[in-house]
Design a protein around this ligand. Structure first.
Ligand code: HEM
Length: 481
């Protein structure tokens, strides 16, 4: 017998807002004791531009977390410290690898409380970093949203976060809906499961529509060169100037360098919940279902499961909810067992809609990361080798023929990784036609024929958001598609 379907309330999750907090994020910490943190973050851009940020943080007293009185305050503190941390590390000519006690000590305490790593995760920059313009209007409406904190003060950065907030808000009702469907499946209620799946599929199309709006106010060049560098973590960042990661000073003298991924939407619990509800499995990067044993044998680097690892970057309660929901997941087996046409159609429609969401996401990643990376590479090639060597900047960090050890995801190419996730979305389809349709390869005959042979072995590293990838999207990487 499957374990019971989890109850949202046991994980502090909201039936209306999903993984967004039930009560709106605090716009500031109420205790004036924390005014210095608030003042720094509300002036982050000016402090970075005037190069005063590092000095100010170095001289900031270590504030105690004792004054944080409730979860909303802990979350606000986490978000503030996350912004300060990343601005401190990346807001200079070269990255800083030693975090002063004024940030380290409270951040380590706050992160431990929230069961999150001490970095600016998706929770810090999206889930807990928004406000509605009007309280009587929905937070699933992009026109009614504004951010609390940004690194750059740009509309582009706000929009980048707010698209995610709107997706989380619009997608939130799917969580109780599908928990209800899991219960209905336990009771053998085909009609109810079918209705829930239909509603799920319809709402997924809304999410793709919101995602598609990214370009309206977030310019790819601004994103690539100005926003993304601040979100970077400390893992696999040797090329960008952090060979050992970062050291969180605590005054004990026993601190060691640590490496963490940066903030990424891959840390969204909502999208992982969709996969769980539909019984979609994401195999380790590069591993295909048909020849899984063959691919993984003898090469542990390929067994790295990036999507799974991102759960370590979700608030503890959210990650636990996903684990428990996985154990209770029963929709796919119910659909297969019942062999009911309407039910199967509704289930396959959900897979198709989620696959379309991932397709749209791939288009965005190509536009916001792959294309600007190529432009940077083309420019670097035309510069003198010395000029290229001296650039120690995450926006341009790329390697050619660097050791594999620098690649956090086992040398996986970014687009094949995302395509694998999309293809896995179609794998559980019940109807063979749906399966075939979602597996279709849009690769015109003869494409790639004119490639220079060197292109096949070129190994350019591109920093995604949380991950470190190779850029060659046609040939590189370990997964074929
Ligand atoms: C400019 C917009 C965006 C860019 C450039 C972008 C980029 C990326 C990159 C590079 C990855 C690979 C992992 C990493 O390195 O972090 C990724 C993964 C992912 N992103 Fe995005 N992303 C964007 C917007 C979004 C939005 C709005 C969502 C939805 C809330 C989203 C959901 C995901 C998910 C779920 C993954 C994991 C792979 C998967 O499950 O298919 N992304 N994204």
């Amino acid at each position: 017998m499957l374990p019971p379907v989890p109850d949202l309330r046991d994980y502090g999750l909201s039936p209306t807002n999903g993984f967004l907090p039930e009560t709106l994020p605090l716009a500031r910490l109420p205790d004036p004791y924390y005014n210095k943190w608030e003042a720094i973050v509300s002036n982050l851009q000016a402090l970075v531009l005037s190069r005063r940020l590092r000095g100010i943080i170095a001289n900031l007293p270590v504030l105690s977390t004792v004054g944080l009185e409730n979860e909303a305050e802990w979350r606000r503190a986490y978000s503030l410290l996350g912004f300060m941390l990343h601005a401190y590390v990346w807001g200079g000519d070269a990255p800083a690898d030693r975090i002063p006690e004024s940030i380290s000590i409270p951040l380590l305490e706050v992160s431990a409380h929230l069961e999150l790593p001490p970095v600016a995760t998706y929770a810090a920059v999206c889930l807990w970093n928004f406000k509605p313009l009007f309280l009587d209007e929905g937070i699933d409406n992009l026109e009614n949203l504004s951010t609390l904190n940004t690194f750059t003060g740009s509309m582009d950065e706000s929009w980048f976060y707010l698209v995610s907030v709107a997706i989380e808000a619009r997608g939130a009702p799917i969580v109780p809906l599908m928990l209800g469907a899991m219960k209905a499946a336990q009771e053998g209620d085909v009609t109810s499961v079918t209705q829930s799946l239909r509603a799920f599929a319809e709402r997924l199309t809304d999410l793709t529509t919101i995602l598609r709006r990214m370009h309206e106010s977030c310019d790819p060049t601004v994103f690539y060169h100005r926003i993304r560098p601040f979100l970077a973590g400390s893992k696999n960042m040797a090329e960008a100037g952090l060979p050992r990661g970062v050291l969180y000073a605590t005054g004990t003298g026993t601190e060691e360098y640590r490496q963490y991924s940066g903030g990424s939407n891959a840390q969204s619990s909502l999208i992982q919940f969709f996969d769980i509800a539909l019984g979609i499995e994401h195999r380790p990067t590069g591993e295909r279902r048909v020849n899984a044993l063959h691919v993984t044998a003898g090469d542990p680097s390929q067994r790295h499961n990036f999507i799974r690892e991102m759960r370590n970057y979700m608030p503890g309660a959210h990650a636990r909810f996903l684990e428990d929901a996985s154990r209770a997941s029963n929709i796919r087996s119910f659909v297969v067992e019942r062999q009911n046409e309407e039910l199967s159609l509704a289930y396959d429609a959900c897979l198709a809609m989620l696959s379309a969401f991932r397709d749209q996401h791939i288009t965005i990643v190509t536009r916001y990361i792959i294309t600007p990376s190529r432009e940077v590479r083309a420019r670097s090639r035309s510069r003198s080798p010395e000029a290229v060597r001296q650039r120690n900047n995450i926006a341009v960090a790329s390697t050619k023929g660097k050791p594999q050890a620098q690649k956090g995801t086992g040398g996986t190419a970014l687009i094949p990784f995302l395509k694998q996730a999309r293809d896995e979305t179609g794998d559980p389809a019940v109807h063979s036609w749906t399966k075939r349709f979602m597996k279709r390869q849009v690769r015109p005959d003869g494409e790639n024929r004119n490639r220079h042979p060197n292109d096949l072995v070129e190994d350019v590293e591109v920093k995604g958001l949380a991950g470190s990838w190779t850029m060659d999207d046609e040939f590189g990487g370990i997964c074929s598609y």
